[in-house]
Design a protein around this ligand. Structure first.
Ligand SMILES: Cc1cc2nc3c(=O)[nH]c(=O)nc-3n(C[C@H](O)[C@H](O)[C@H](O)COP(=O)(O)OP(=O)(O)OC[C@H]3O[C@@H](n4cnc5c(N)ncnc54)[C@H](O)[C@@H]3O)c2cc1C
Length: 497
């Protein structure tokens, strides 16, 4: 069973389901729209290859159909919007193989793609389960056993079986509702169980039992905590694991492209990292609207998401083109209580701090919709040593939560989903024991996961602690890279990974 239907948990669920391994996802949100947030995220080659490996072909095609239609480039600029280094979209697109390239995707669309086919509703244009050609074990190669999805308390494979040999078809699935206040009806509702807020788990001879706030329980051989940065699964499994405040605060917002002032091309087409002369940090990225909403549902008015939820809130709207921005600085540079300040006050504050910046950047802040502007104190997971492997493990932000200042948190969660999927399939094939497969996953995941945390933390600290000498050196390096084609190619190749 997977706790948390976020980016990593849903990708893993698809990957296991495709391999014929029973799986259930328990998500605290009550409805599909409850936790859809509307910012663009960057998917790098790690993320796209993991999505391709985990998703059924129809979902993967949905993903390709919903990525941002801009092939914009990436620039490093001064606060006067003067280029230090700028890559074209073609230079950073990377390998043209669509399974290993960079994409801009609306978080709403990505969630929709990940949810499609897991909640009982047929995916748009769905191919039957197992029709994908991702190299996963075909459905049927691993028998779906007694505890297949939704089969309440029908005897999940025991932990003894799991620890000694191959994972059965039902080893990751949950039979829910034993003795609880209400139970899931077998097979009727797909893999995703909404409105299930996980509280705690117990490991016993019959596997892992999860307890939910509504009084229900669920059993499975393995429990994967994919419940995000404040993971309750992590709190129980690794009570010593910490998330530290980085001392940096980020203000993020969205500027509609049909706004009052036309933005220059650099801000309307490309992503940018702005390196100010004084202090602070700015990142911008562009969302060009979701082609799918228009292309596949011409019958629906603008503003509708693919599954018919009418959203009149721009924060949740992925039908308008916009530039997303995030301004960061040390938290002590902001007024007290900034994290709770309304959007219009935050905009005024950012404008005040950027009085000497380029007018185009100030237009970006001033013209943003206040309802999309909020402030977030940035936290980062402290490194965790390997723990004794058991039937409970962790994935994504639940273990290696990082600040958004590397743009790699979701990509790392997707990489985890693919790695765990591959290890559990190896166990299902009898190539290694389940605990060995989990141990192998945990060792590899902790290594690259905490390297990603370190990179994001370094970027964050640099934003919070300006150092003129270091900034000058960085600018010199960027200008040099801009002039030397071999260096450009090398930097473009490693971009965003
Ligand atoms: C502004 C911003 C921009 C970002 N941009 C990027 C980017 O460009 N690229 C990138 O790679 N990353 C980006 N990230 C980071 C990325 O969003 C996260 O790293 C990613 O969402 C982590 O995925 P996850 O599946 O581990 O957790 P989540 O996506 O957070 O999912 C966790 C899920 O668990 C559920 N849950 C929590 N508690 C419980 C419970 N008790 N019971 C049941 N369910 C529970 C939650 O409702 C949620 O659905 C960004 C983050 C922010 C804030």
């Amino acid at each position: 069973m997977i706790i948390g239907g976020g980016i990593g948990g849903l990708a893993l669920a698809h990957g296991l389901r495709q391999a014929g391994i029973g799986v259930a996802v328990y998500e605290r949100a009550q409805a599909r729209t409850d936790w859809l947030q509307g910012y663009r995220i960057h998917i790098n080659p790690h993320g796209s290859s993991a999505l391709h490996a985990c998703l059924p072909r129809s979902n993967w095609e949905e993903f390709l159909a919903t990525v941002s239609s801009t092939d914009g480039g990436f620039g490093f600029t001064t606060d006067q919007l003067s280029d230090l280094l700028r890559f074209t979209g073609a230079e950073i697109a990377g390998h043209q193989d669509p399974t290993a390239r960079h994409y801009g995707v609306s978080r709403i669309s990505l969630r929709e793609v990940l949810l499609s086919g897991l909640d009982g509703a047929a995916p748009v244009g769905a191919a039957p389960m197992g029709a994908a050609t991702n190299g996963a074990v075909p459905v049927g190669a691993v028998p779906v056993g007694a505890a297949s999805v939704g089969t309440a308390s029908s005897g999940a494979a025991s932990v003894g079986a799991a620890s000694s040999g191959a994972v059965s078809g039902g080893a990751v699935s949950g039979g829910a509702g034993s003795g609880g206040a209400g139970s899931d009806s077998p097979g009727s509702e797909g893999v995703l169980r909404l409105g299930k807020r996980f509280v705690r788990y117990e490991v016993g001879p019959g596997g892992v039992t999860a307890y939910f706030e509504d009084g229900t329980t669920a059993n499975a051989d393995i429990l994967v905590g994919a419940d995000g940065a404040n993971s309750r699964v992590r709190h129980q499994l690794l009570p010593h694991a910490r998330r530290d405040d980085t001392g940096v605060l980020a203000v993020a917002g969205k500027y509609r492209h049909d706004g009052s002032a036309a933005l220059p091309r650099a801000l309307a087409e490309d992503a940018n990292m702005v390196i100010p002369a004084d202090r602070g940090f700015l990142f911008t990225a562009v969302w060009k609207h979701d082609r799918k909403t228009v292309a596949t549902r011409p019958d629906l008015p603008a503003g509708l998401l693919v599954d018919n939820f009418l959203l009149d809130n721009f924060l949740l709207d992925n039908t308008a083109d916009y530039t997303f921005w995030a301004y960061a600085d040390a938290a002590d540079q902001f007024p007290p209580g900034a994290a709770e300040m309304p959007g219009d006050e935050l905009i005024r504050f950012v404008l005040d701090r950027t009085r000497t910046w380029s007018p185009a950047l100030r237009d970006l802040f001033a013209g943003s919709d206040p309802q999309t502007v909020n402030a977030v104190p940035l936290k980062s997971a402290a490194p965790v040593s390997p723990w004794r492997t058991g039937p409970v493990t962790l994935l994504g932000d639940a273990i290696h939560n990082m600040t958004p200042m590397g743009g790699i948190g979701a990509n790392t969660a997707l990489r985890d989903a693919d790695l765990l999927r591959r290890n559990l399939i190896a166990a299902a094939r009898g190539e290694l024991g389940v605990l060995d497969s989990l141990g192998r996953y945990e060792r590899e995941m902790l290594d690259y996961g905490f390297r990603a945390v370190k990179l994001s933390l370094r970027n964050t600290r640099q934003a919070g602690t300006p150092n003129r000498a270091r900034t000058a050196m960085f600018k010199t390096v960027l200008r040099m890279v801009n002039r030397v084609p071999a260096l450009r190619r090398r930097m473009a190749a490693s971009f965003g990974s």
